[in-house]
Write a protein that binds this ligand. Structure first.
Ligand code: HBI
Ligand code: FE
Length: 298
């Protein structure tokens, strides 16, 4: 996938939008054409700030043991343990670091607009926070998932470079029928990816980093398989959104992800259309398992 120069200013045309599918939670009625909405930080209640503080404290403790060092280093730069962070202030730090900025969204948006934001180094962050009843699990990405899970690694230059290239690739994939394959790539890396670190395998996927139960499970439970990252294997593999993964893919480092996804994907899509998809819990002989020695960290 090719990358373009620095981000261009988004088109700020106001036009009420509908939610991309019925049943989504956010308020899409005031969203602009690019689906962005103002964060309206002053509207968060004290209870929401307290909920944020509790979510943050619990995940910060788990991240110390299970997150990759790149995430921990970056988290220090946007540390917001006590109050819901302001996207504009975090954007100022992020722009200086890697040229990315954060834009508020009412929630999930259609792929095209999502890829468009990534391609211009704008990361979409949902502006509403889950309720206290959803403390342990929420189906849709909320402010905590997006900010705590996704934003810190945007400070890592190589990861940030890949994510913009991913957005560019997404825009190219749409007319080529490549979307399902790219969605799997996003799922098994940006959302649920593992990466090697000097202390063993650690999490970098936002779906793991923002989950109190799946984060330890993915890194140290003996039930899931951990397979060395292989781009075509990942893009063939279906995923389930309603349970823990039965297979996690392990990067050697972020440079591998950037390198492996650099070529034009058109021939990959043609090849993938000829291959049967794999179920999430299906093993294939070529899988290189990343195995933790008994008790040791892998
Ligand atoms: N929209 N706000 C938001 N956040 C996402 O993570 C997101 C999205 N739309 C589409 C999407 N993710 C997935 O289809 C990606 O795999 C592209
Ligand atoms: Fe996410």
């Amino acid at each position: 996938m090719r990358t373009i120069g620095r981000s261009l200013r988004g088109k700020d045309m106001a036009a009420p939008r509908e939610a991309p599918r019925p049943g989504l939670r956010g308020n899409y009625s005031e969203a602009r054409r690019d689906y962005t909405v103002p964060q309206q930080w002053e509207r968060y209640s004290e209870d929401e700030h307290t909920l944020w503080q509790l979510l943050y404290a619990r995940q910060r403790r788990l991240a110390a043991r299970y997150a990759c060092p790149e995430f921990l280093a970056a988290l220090e730069r946007i540390d917001s343990p006590h109050r819901i962070p302001r996207l504009d202030l975090a954007s100022r730090k992020l722009r200086r670091a890697t040229g990315w900025e954060l834009v508020g969204l009412p929630g999930l948006i259609p792929e095209r607009e999502f890829f468009e934001h990534l391609a211009h180094r704008r990361f979409p962050v949902t502006v509403w926070l889950r309720t206290a009843q959803e403390f342990d699990y929420i189906a849709e990405p909320d402010l905590f998932h997006d900010f705590f899970g996704h934003v810190p690694l945007l400070f890592d230059g190589v990861y940030a470079e890949h994510l913009q290239a991913y957005g560019m690739g997404g825009l190219k994939a749409l007319p080529l029928g490549g979307l399902p394959y790219l969605a799997r790539l996003y799922w098994y890396t940006i959302e649920f990816g593992l990466v090697r670190s000097p202390d063993g395998v650690r999490a970098f996927g936002a779906g793991l980093l923002s989950s109190s139960a799946e984060l330890p499970y993915a890194v140290q439970d003996e039930r899931p398989r951990r397979v060395a990252f292989d781009l075509m294997r990942v893009m063939r593999t279906r995923y389930r959104i309603d349970r823990f993964q039965s297979c996690y893919f392990v990067l050697d480092n972020f440079a591998q992800l950037l390198h492996d996804t650099a070529p034009d994907f058109t021939p990959y899509y043609e090849r993938l259309k000829q291959l049967p998809a794999l179920d999430a819990d299906e093993a294939v002989p070529e899988d290189r398992l990343v195995v933790c020695d008994d008790g040791a960290r892998c």
